[in-house]
Design a protein around this ligand. Structure first.
Ligand code: UD1
Ligand code: CA
Length: 450
């Protein structure tokens, strides 16, 4: 059976009180609409059709390759919204799956269950429902004596008895395509001048066609986002799911409620994560690391057995057995070789530090290539910016930089070179040479050590 999907996302999202279209608000770093797209992409290979209205330009731009778009203008309700997809989809599929762009918590498994249920159902539609104490404005599901759904009553139109019904319309449907397009034209206009998609249910049942309901097992999947309060609730659910999965996969999370791991992050076994740690933007963490507390890692790769405490790591590559923190900032292009040690208050940008190099206290390294086994004394600074351009510092293996060395780039220090405390290095230093002073000058050749 051929399945096509439609995601409704034309609503204004007024209650978000935002300049940003509602479905572009991120949850754990991913825009809301992406979650809906991911789910339907897990069910059918065919491009979903997204119905847009408010903020159409920005949304279309953000998801160009992932969907076909139709515009609903003006927005005359959910039934009218689905009708806009007819031109693209009529005659193209056996089943039409309909979901919303502002419900990010469905699992592919749940929605696939709905589609599978409709495949074997004789009637024209299977819909998702859920039971909840608080209705949150959702439509109530009225069933007949046989248990088929008879009608959906919107909260505004419901009688007191109907308001007391705890079964709610989630808003996800799987329709027989050849029935759907004709039935959409029979939706009556509401007193508010809208066409309610939910009226299709009564159109089916009153024609003697059965409407099947699939009940959500975990009602939290049905959280829809209308306000920023819902946004925070939904993000908490996503976070809990992700953290549970990592714990089941062998990662220790000391306090899951205070650990923020985005989807698409990877973490190796036996890594331990302390509270207030954020793992973001496709970062990859090796096994047996100790991360946090108070650590942000984004767009970075971390090797195995690293220890990172109270630090910010962005766009960096860190090899095995590196230790850093507290208060290290790795910026774009920082690359730390195996066993590098960075102590407190260090910043590294666009630089390579070779294996075993140590930088214990208060240093800035930018645009530098540093060999293995280098000792970077306390307070060492690469003066990489001359007011116009960034210049490169090159430091050979086994170099020893005295405390408070200033490296005025471009400058090159040969293997095994030493600087005295407070040296301001403006000229290259040959290998195995000690240079001291301001500006630093060579004063002695050094013996090459093994
Ligand atoms: C709708 C259902 C309600 C259900 C609830 C679940 C109808 C009439 N009611 O109510 O039974 O319990 O969802 O969440 O369908 N949209 C458009 N164009 C429009 C109007 C809406 O694309 O003209 C989109 C919105 O962007 C949103 C979705 O459809 O993604 C639902 O719209 P919303 O206004 O939130 O529907 P509800 O009134 O909450
Ligand atoms: Ca809504």
């Amino acid at each position: 059976m051929k399945i096509k999907s439609v995601i409704l996302a034309a609503g204004q999202g007024t209650r978000m009180k935002s300049q940003l279209p509602k479905v572009l608000h991120p949850l754990l770093g991913k825009p809301m609409l992406q979650y809906a797209l991911d789910v339907v992409q897990g069910i059918t290979q065919d491009m979903p059709v997204v119905v847009l209205g408010h903020g159409a330009g920005a949304i279309r731009q953000a998801f160009t390759d992932q969907a076909d778009f139709v515009i609903q203008e003006p927005q005359l309700g959910t039934g009218h919204a689905l009708q806009q997809a007819e031109a693209l989809l009529a005659g193209q599929a056996d089943l039409i799956l309909v979901t919303y762009g502002d419900m990010p918590l469905f699992t592919t498994q749940t929605i696939d269950g709905l589609v599978q249920a409709q495949k074997t159902h004789a009637g024209p539609v299977t819909m998702l429902t859920m039971f909840a104490e608080h209705a949150r404005g959702f439509g109530r599901v009225v069933r007949d004596e046989q248990g088929w759904v008879k009608t959906i009553v919107e909260e505004a139109q419901a009688t007191p008895q109907q308001l007391a019904i705890h079964e709610l319309n989630v808003g996800v449907y799987c329709f027989q395509a050849n029935w759907l397009w004709g039935a959409l034209r029979r939706i009556p206009i509401s007193p508010k001048g809208e066409y309610y998609l939910t009226d299709l249910i009564e159109i089916a049942s009153s024609a003697g066609l059965s409407v099947q309901a699939q009940v959500l097992e975990d009602g939290r999947e049905g959280i829809g986002i209308n306000t920023r309060i819902h946004l925070a609730e939904a993000e908490a659910v996503l976070r809990e799911r992700i953290n549970r999965n990592w714990m089941l996969a062998g990662v220790t999370i000391i306090d899951p409620q205070r650990t923020y791991i985005e989807p698409n992050v990877l973490i190796g076994q036996d890594t331990v994560i302390w509270p207030d740690t954020y793992l973001q933007s496709n970062s990859k963490i090796g096994s047996e690391c100790i991360l946090g507390p108070n650590t942000i890692i984004r767009k970075s790769q971390i090797g195995a057995r690293c220890k990172i405490c109270a630090s910010v790591v962005e766009g960096a590559q860190v090899e095995d057995e590196v230790e850093m923190g507290p208060y290290v900032h790795l910026r774009k292009g920082a690359h730390l070789g195996q066993g590098v040690h960075l102590g407190n208050f260090g910043e590294v940008k666009n630089s390579y530090l070779g294996p075993g190099t140590k930088m214990g206290h208060f240093s800035y390294i930018g645009d530098a290539q540093i060999g293995a086994g280098v000792n970077i004394g306390a307070g060492t600074i690469t003066c990489n910016f001359d007011g116009e351009k960034k210049n490169v510092t090159e430091i050979g293996a086994q170099v020893f930089l005295g405390s408070d060395t200033m490296l005025v780039a471009p400058v090159k220090l040969g293997e095994g070179a030493h600087t005295g405390a407070g040296a301001v290095v403006t000229k290259d230093i040959p290998p195995y040479t000690l240079a001291v002073g301001i500006p630093a000058r060579p004063i002695r050749k050094l013996e090459k050590r093994e």
